[in-house]
Design a protein around this ligand. Structure first.
Ligand code: FES
Length: 171
């Protein structure tokens, strides 16, 4: 805080704002550079935050659980199992095409248990006649709008393992 005004013919504002008209463009350039720097820092901080959120809320690592032996299930046969937790019931089907498909057994409408219909080769829900395709778990009839979560399988020798869940956006 200035207590004394220096003896000068210049007005007080010239002391307080001591940038000459000729130098104004440098001030603007300096302000622009400051703006760019601050904006860049803000964007970098935002990107860092997004990356950290992605890392913190990443998909959980699923366990690798033995589901069944390949020879244990005949063509058209079914085995129920739990994955990844004991309360998460799933259904494994050996399809007529001799492939294995596994899905969560919980219907995506109101969570009734779906079962495999060998006659129609589809997964059916008895509660409201919801029907899902065996190939990809997509809803094909009834009220369900979302596909059944697919259990990812891995075959090693004569054993089938559940290794993950595909919650993909299959309609
Ligand atoms: S609960 Fe499965 S169709 Fe309604």
């Amino acid at each position: 805080m200035k207590l004394f005004r220096r003896p000068s013919s210049d007005p007080l504002w010239r002391d307080e704002f001591s940038v000459s008209t000729a130098d104004e463009r440098y001030v603007n350039r300096r302000q622009f550079a400051k703006f760019l720097t601050l904006t860049s820092l803000a964007m970098a901080a935002g990107n860092l935050w997004i990356a950290m959120r992605g890392w913190l809320y990443r998909q959980p690592a699923y366990p690798r659980n033995l589901v069944a032996g390949v020879d244990e299930i005949p063509v058209g046969g079914v085995k129920l199992f739990a994955y990844p937790e004991a309360q998460d019931t799933c259904i494994l089907v050996r399809t007529p095409a001799n492939t294995f498909a596994a899905y969560s057994q919980k219907c995506t409408h109101l969570s009734c248990a779906v079962y495999y219909s060998k006659e129609s080769n589809r997964l059916e829900c008895p509660c409201h006649q919801g029907v899902f395709a065996i190939a990809d778990g997509a809803p094909v009839a009834g009220p369900p709008q979302r596909a059944l979560p697919r259990i990812l399988l891995e075959q090693k020798g004569s054993s089938l393992f559940a290794v993950g869940i595909d919650l993909g956006e299959r309609a």
